[in-house]
Design a binder for this molecule. Structure first.
Ligand code: FE2
Length: 298
């Protein structure tokens, strides 16, 4: 594929260099719309978790184990109970099996360190403690080495259904269960290795879109029904019914050329979704895309 003159992401032109060498933040930076900004206790806890996770990440220490506060536990119970009901009805088989095997329940906030041990035993993947959203290159390098970066903070309890950035509810209830499935683990490892191996900003963007419309916001056909596969949908009480039933959402078959040419905006409810026929199909499509881009993956 030719290098496009301008790259568009989230509706805006971006510098291709940004896709391969983004900045890394050493202090907690939050979106101005973050609920809890005016709650000093909450922000102090966020900063503490940020530094603890960053220290563990940079020191290769694995996810820290720490007790969650009664407020955090109450929030987890509230949100994950409501999600659990939706998952039983609408999540794809692969997700439900992974969640069951990992024994992720609404009772207690899971310790990422324990989940990581399970993943390592089953699919030779593991979890990396992330202080927040990591630069894409860094993020992909970890995944390429079979480590998935996860956050451990919780959103503010004033808005239990909303967080502008991934938190433990998104990561643990959205992403982690899928890593118990071999095809998923191999697919995401390949995408990440390719994204980390290329210096072509356009290629990174195409891989990111493939990932967004599958791993993050994908739907999956199962026994004549459409089920939820993507973590961004699975971790959101609003997105699950929106993705499956809203008349404002288009649900097209997952055609890779169309998918990688489709821009998206992560800050709104998603309107363009794609339905994959199976996980094996997605894995084969990811392999074909990497070959077509000519990226050499170790
Ligand atoms: Fe995500």
């Amino acid at each position: 594929m030719k290098e496009a003159p301008t790259l568009i992401q989230y509706g805006q032109a971006i510098d291709p260099k940004q896709m391969v060498a983004p900045p890394d933040a050493a202090e907690l930076e939050v979106d101005p719309g973050t609920p809890g900004l005016d709650d000093p206790e909450y922000m102090a806890r966020r900063r503490w978790i940020f530094h603890e996770c960053r220290r563990h990440r940079l020191g290769n220490l694995g996810p820290p184990v720490f007790p969650f506060t009664p407020e955090e536990t109450a929030l987890w119970r509230d949100v994950s109970r409501r999600l659990d009901e939706l998952h039983r009805k609408y999540a794809c088989d692969m997700y439900l099996a992974g969640k069951r095997e990992l024994a992720i329940t609404p009772d207690e906030v899971p310790q990422m360190r324990h989940l990581s041990d399970h993943l390592r035993a089953k699919t030779q993947t593991h979890l990396i403690p992330a202080e927040g959203s990591l630069p894409y290159r860094t993020f992909y390098e970890y995944i390429g080495n079979r480590g998935f970066p996860v956050t451990q903070f919780l959103r503010h309890p004033s808005q239990p259904e909303f967080t502008p950035e991934p938190d433990i509810i998104h990561d643990c209830l959205g992403h982690v269960p899928a890593f118990m499935t071999r095809d998923f683990a191999e697919m995401i490892t390949l995408i990440a290795r390719a994204a980390a191996a290329t210096d072509n900003g356009e290629h990174v963007l195409l891989l990111k879109r493939f990932s967004w419309f599958s791993v993050e916001f994908g739907l999956m056909a199962e026994r004549g029904q459409t089920k939820v596969f993507g973590a961004g949908i699975l971790s959101s009480i609003g997105e699950i019914p929106n993705s499956l039933f809203s008349p404002d959402v288009t649900r097209r078959p997952f055609v890779t050329d169309v998918v990688v040419a489709t821009d998206y905006d992560p800050s709104y409810m998603q309107r363009n979704l794609f339905v994959a026929p199976s996980l094996a199909f997605l894995r084969a499509e990811a392999e074909a895309l990497v070959r077509r881009l000519g990226i050499r993956v170790q």
